[in-house]
Design a protein around this ligand. Structure first.
Ligand code: ADE
Length: 235
């Protein structure tokens, strides 16, 4: 898979490449990441990438020409372009799966007060990472890349992503490791029992309860099995 990032802050991505899973995916050629400086597509020594909004108002708006020329230059047959903007659809694990199956994803990072609206007509998707305003799309692009790269087949070695939070619509059950007793705070007995069926049921119950308590929005959409209903009735 190839990911191209269009940005006016190419150096912002340096630390991304040091993250263990990302750097391993790059080293093993499972993923390639191309960082393209939008300023390279702005003519003249002034590198004019933004301007004040028509109609007045605060801040600056990113101009059409540099971004659309850059997008034209990097796009390939079948590539999908995604603009990072707070006005986009809210990012989810489902989108991470969808994007991880692409051959080529182009991420476009906005800055200032946003994109000239005409840019967005040339973009396949608009994505927000949540209801808050970042100073630019770069950190949002890193969130997407981190969550996508780990889903690319072969990137995670032994780990399974199937039991993680959001994968089946529930938050993940709590996990414990050594020591079994940390200053009097003990690991639940069932996890030391060696009884795999009991452990499976306990984990399911924990995941259901945690989701009901912390994310009623997810829980309301979740379709309970008969076993789930019994687990919840027990308490
Ligand atoms: N740019 C600024 N805020 C953003 C957000 N919440 N998500 C994506 N891109 C953004």
């Amino acid at each position: 898979m190839k990911i191209t990032i269009l940005t006016i802050c190419p150096d912002a991505f340096d630390s991304l490449f040091t993250l263990p899973v990302i750097s391993r995916a790059l080293d093993q050629d499972l993923v390639s990441i191309q960082v393209v400086d939008i300023k390279e597509y702005a003519p003249g020594s002034f590198r004019h990438i933004d301007d004040s909004p028509f109609g007045g108002g605060p801040g600056m708006v990113m101009r059409c020409q540099p971004i659309l020329d850059a997008l034209d230059a990097v796009s390939t047959d079948g590539s999908l372009s995604v603009a990072l903007t707070p006005a986009g659809g809210v990012y989810s694990q489902e989108m991470a799966h969808e994007f991880s199956e692409l051959d080529h994803l182009v991420l476009i990072c906005g800055h200032y007060e946003g994109f000239d609206a005409r840019i967005l007509k040339h973009v396949d998707r608009e994505v927000s990472i949540g209801d808050y305003i970042l100073t630019g799309g770069e950190t949002a692009a890193m969130v997407l890349i981190d969550s996508i790269v780990r889903l690319v087949p072969g990137v995670l070695r032994h780990e399974s992503t199937e039991e993680e939070s959001f994968e089946d619509g529930l938050l993940e059950y709590p996990q414990y490791t050594q020591p079994a007793d940390y200053n009097g705070d003990k690991v639940p007995d069932v996890l030391l029992s060696g009884d795999h069926e009991k452990i499976r049921l306990w984990r399911r119950e924990q995941a259901l309860k945690l989701t009901r308590e912390r994310r009623p929005d997810l829980f309301d959409q979740f379709v309970l099995t008969e076993e789930d209903k019994k687990l919840l009735e027990n308490n």
